[in-house]
Design a protein around this ligand. Structure first.
Ligand SMILES: NC(=O)C1=CN([C@@H]2O[C@H](COP(=O)(O)OP(=O)(O)OC[C@H]3O[C@@H](n4cnc5c(N)ncnc54)[C@H](O)[C@@H]3O)[C@@H](O)[C@H]2O)C=CC1
Ligand SMILES: O=C(CO)COP(=O)(O)O
Length: 327
């Protein structure tokens, strides 16, 4: 596992609790020591005891030596630079699994596309995981489910058989595009929900945004080749509900701070964990433009981030247009 933040550490626990031998790479040696010796990651997962079998190191070659499956959980904007460092260390036939929910600024590439590009591996060796997976809940062993997706059903199944235990259930599909975009786009809708929450709007506003947000997520993803059913599944609607409803969500939290009147730069200063949605807004709007997909909610989130739209003005514009539209 590369990345010892909240999700990398939690997912490593999921794997270890499923009976797998798991090694975790942490950038900081002191964090690697804390995980290996105290079985804790107190900054990211306070109060959680990690499995005794889990060990961590800040040395990539130690962690990757002999790995059959390599899971990636670093911030999306850092994936490419990290892959360039680990390229030579990844064992020949290892499967590569992305746990990330962002797209790359500048290129708009999904994480599996960055992996294929940087590692030059066959698509059957790559899988992605996504679903309603708030790290802290899972670290407390509260039951949940996820989708494991690969262009190869065999790979998706092999990974799903590895990623399961008494509190974590894995489903499979072959719609990598829909599975990845579901995870990226629900973050943007969660930022919008946070904004209206911060302003003080109630459940009608939020339900309207979630519902129209799902339509926006589906239109966008289908334009890029996804199957609409994927967006109605765990990686779409499932994750949208979890992220929009939970104060554990960093995207939701970032939105709430914006809604309370903090500026974008103040929000960035206050966040000590990754809120992928903030970096994904611009590349997603660029991709939407390239396919002629209308994204009114995401566009208004971008305006709030830019400081050109007051948070309290966001909701009235979200579900309306000049002329009534078909739903
Ligand atoms: N936390 C969650 O509940 C979930 C997170 N995810 C996704 O997992 C990915 C990782 O997020 P989290 O673990 O939550 O973030 P985090 O903020 O908790 O941890 C990120 C980790 O990456 C490290 N890091 C930061 N910059 C780096 C760089 N340039 N190179 C290498 N490592 C770097 C940090 O030190 C930290 O250990 C994101 O794409 C997120 O969307 C997916 C599902 C659930
Ligand atoms: O992806 C997540 C839950 O499935 C985590 O959401 P946040 O990144 O907003 O915390």
């Amino acid at each position: 596992m590369l990345g010892a933040g909240s999700w990398g550490t939690t997912f490593a626990k999921v794997l270890a609790d499923g009976g797998n031998d798991v090694a975790l790479w942490a950038r900081r040696p002191e964090l690697a020591r804390e995980i290996s010796q105290s079985k804790r990651n107190s900054d990211y997962l306070p109060g959680i005891n990690l499995p005794r079998s889990l060990w961590a190191s800040d040395r990539l070659h130690e962690v990757l030596d002999g790995a059959e499956q390599v899971y990636l959980s670093v911030p999306s904007q850092s994936l490419r630079e990290n892959l360039r460092i680990v390229r030579e260390l990844i064992p020949e036939d290892a499967l590569i699994i992305s746990l990330m929910k962002g797209v790359e600024k500048g290129t708009g590439a999904r994480m599996s596309e960055v992996i294929l590009h940087e590692l030059g591996v066959d698509p059957w060796r790559v899988a992605v995981a996504s679903g309603p997976n708030l790290a802290l809940e899972i670290a407390k062993e509260q039951p949940t489910a996820a989708v494991l997706s690969s262009e190869s059903r065999e790979t998706a199944t092999e990974v799903a058989l590895t990623v399961r235990n008494s509190y974590f259930r894995s489903f499979v599909n072959t719609d990598v595009i829909g599975t990845e975009f579901g995870g990226v786009l629900k973050n943007l809708i969660a930022v919008a929900i946070g904004i209206v929450d911060g302003v003080g709007y109630g459940e009608n506003t939020k339900a309207s945004i979630i519902t129209r947000g799902l339509a926006e997520m589906t239109d966008f993803s289908v334009a890029f080749g996804a199957r609409p059913e994927t967006l109605a599944g765990l990686a779409g609607l499932g994750d949208l509900i979890a992220t929009c409803e939970s104060s554990l969500s960093r995207n939701n939290t970032a939105g709430r701070l914006l809604g309370q009147g903090y500026s974008y730069s103040e929000v960035i200063k206050q966040m000590n964990q990754t809120a992928e949605g903030l970096s994904s807004v611009t590349p997603i709007l660029e991709l939407a433009l390239s396919k002629g997909v209308d994204m009114p909610i995401v566009s208004q989130v971008a305006e709030v981030l830019a400081g050109t739209l007051a948070p309290r003005d966001i909701a009235p514009h979200l579900t309306t247009d000049d002329l009534p539209q078909g739903e």
